[in-house]
Design a protein around this ligand. Structure first.
Ligand code: FES
Length: 105
């Protein structure tokens, strides 16, 4: 699947991501600035924070219970479309997904 990360300055990074990879791992592999993934995807750092763009919200869905708790700890602003990208798994159904990287994750 293809994923686009929109960076705070207006630049975009587009990458092909293998199914089954989580989108924090994909961001790190593609040097997306601002997506750190400090805890390695075990839901304890909130440094993989992204905003899911409007068109994709329904398909990506909302956070799970633990993720919801962690989202209160993001360094920047939490919005209704905030997700922790280590909890989103690449799949064919999400081909074309567009994520925004917050100013501060
Ligand atoms: Fe730590 Fe996602 S990588 S919560």
């Amino acid at each position: 699947m293809h994923v686009t990360w929109k960076l705070p300055g207006g630049a975009e990074i587009v990458a092909e991501v293998a199914d089954g990879l989580n989108l924090m791992e994909a961001a790190v592999a593609n040097n997306v600035p601002g997506v750190i993934g400090e805890c390695g995807g075990c839901l304890s750092c909130a440094t993989c924070h992204v905003f899911v763009t409007e068109d994709w919200l329904d398909r990506v869905g909302g956070p799970g219970e633990m993720e919801d708790v962690m989202l209160d700890m993001v360094a920047g602003e939490r919005r209704p479309n905030s997700r922790l990208s280590c909890q989103i798994t690449a799949a064919v159904a999400l081909d074309g997904l567009v994520l925004e990287v917050p100013e501060e994750s």
